[in-house]
Design a protein around this ligand. Structure first.
Ligand SMILES: Nc1nc2c(ncn2[C@@H]2O[C@H](COP(=O)(O)OP(=O)(O)OP(=O)(O)O)[C@@H](O)[C@H]2O)c(=O)[nH]1
Ligand SMILES: [Mg+2]
Length: 318
């Protein structure tokens, strides 16, 4: 069994990339499974990947190392026993350091032939010094086997080159690949690097401490207005002080019978990026929101979010 970890800063494009890779390998006849490590009780990325037909397990241990280790090893063992995949993709939550994931896998008793650590680097936000210097980002660069530089379509070439230089200053050995994941640019190159690279087993002594704050909630929706939801996520980003660093403000609308739409805001004031397929009619619908930021007091952020989303014609859970 091969394990491919797709790690990286919040909102950098991990799930989008993982989905493309998983579809590629299952299209080649490989048996693929996914482990999603999410924040909050109701997953967003896991729901999306399941809706896309992938065999997906979710773990909600956040980034507390010992519970993450137990849940991760148990889920891997279960997958091995019940499904015997050729490849397991794992997406750690954007607040779990990739170093912690590697530590959590030390001493795993099952059979993993190869562990590749891909760290996703968002060309739009990573050059920002405040993001680049976060311990979690520095850890990722230092232990990555491959860095996939995403969102190269949103910035000019100089910014990408600049980011590549900054990354090389921290880790000169890491393999770099430029990507526009939405379009599939760079995917073949990445697959070829995955096939040829020799993964390392480095574990750093210092593990980045997460200091992000999280608001996670699921609402039952009486009616659905996708435009209002998209606008609401952008408006929330604008209520945050300029000093607050947005990790990812995201949401999934999920209907019964099957259908979904996902929304994503990664910058202050950004119009939400929306993807998915909502059916024309449905029996019921839930909205799961997951907002993670750096630089705010937790209770204040949670209250701000709960008050903000109350207007969405939704039943706010206690
Ligand atoms: N333009 C562009 N958008 C991208 C690219 N890769 C990802 N995105 C967008 O970036 C947003 C965040 O992508 P996700 O895949 O959800 O990011 P993530 O790292 O899984 O986010 P978390 O799990 O919340 O940390 C989505 O709106 C994606 O469509 C890219 O290469 N180009
Ligand atoms: Mg994700």
């Amino acid at each position: 069994m091969e394990l491919i970890i797709v790690s990286g800063f919040l909102g950098s494009g991990k799930t989008t990339l993982l989905l493309s890779l998983a579809k590629h390998y299952s299209g080649m006849g490989r048996k693929v499974a996914v482990i999603e490590n999410e924040i909050g009780r109701d997953g967003i990325d896991g729901e999306l990947l399941k809706a896309e037909g992938l065999n997906t397990r979710e773990i909600y241990s956040g980034c507390i190392c010992c519970s993450l280790r137990c849940d991760l090893t148990q889920t891997l063992l279960e997958l091995e026993r019940e499904f015997a995949p050729d490849i397991v993709f794992m997406e750690p939550s954007g607040v779990a350091s990739p170093n912690q994931i590697r530590q959590a896998l030390l001493g795993y008793g099952g059979e993993i032939d190869r562990k590749t650590m891909i760290v996703v680097a968002d060309a739009e936000r990573l050059p920002n010094d405040r993001v680049f210097s976060l311990p979690i980002v520095q850890d990722g660069i230092r232990i990555a086997d491959i860095m996939a530089i995403t969102k190269t379509d949103l910035v000019d070439k100089e910014q990408v080159e600049d980011l590549e230089r900054k990354i090389a200053d921290v880790n000169a050995d890491v393999a770099l690949i430029r990507m526009n994941v939405a379009r599939g640019t760079g995917l073949d190159g990445l697959i070829s690097i995955i096939g040829s690279c020799e993964p390392k087993e480095t574990v750093l002594e210092i593990t980045a401490k997460p200091n992000a704050v999280v608001f996670a909630a699921t609402f039952e929706m009486d009616s659905v207005d996708e435009t209002a939801i998209a606008q609401s996520l952008t408006e929330l980003s604008l209520k945050l002080d300029a000093g607050v660093l947005i990790g990812h403000i995201k949401a999934i609308l999920k209907t019964k019978p099957a259908g979904y739409s996902v929304f994503s805001v990664t910058q202050r004031g950004q119009p939400a990026v929306q993807k998915g397929r909502m059916p024309s009619s449905f029996e019921s619908c839930t909205l799961t929101i997951n907002a993670i930021v750096y630089g705010m007091e937790e209770e204040f952020f949670k209250t701000l979010c709960a008050d903000h989303f109350r207007v969405l014609n939704a039943e706010v859970p206690a």
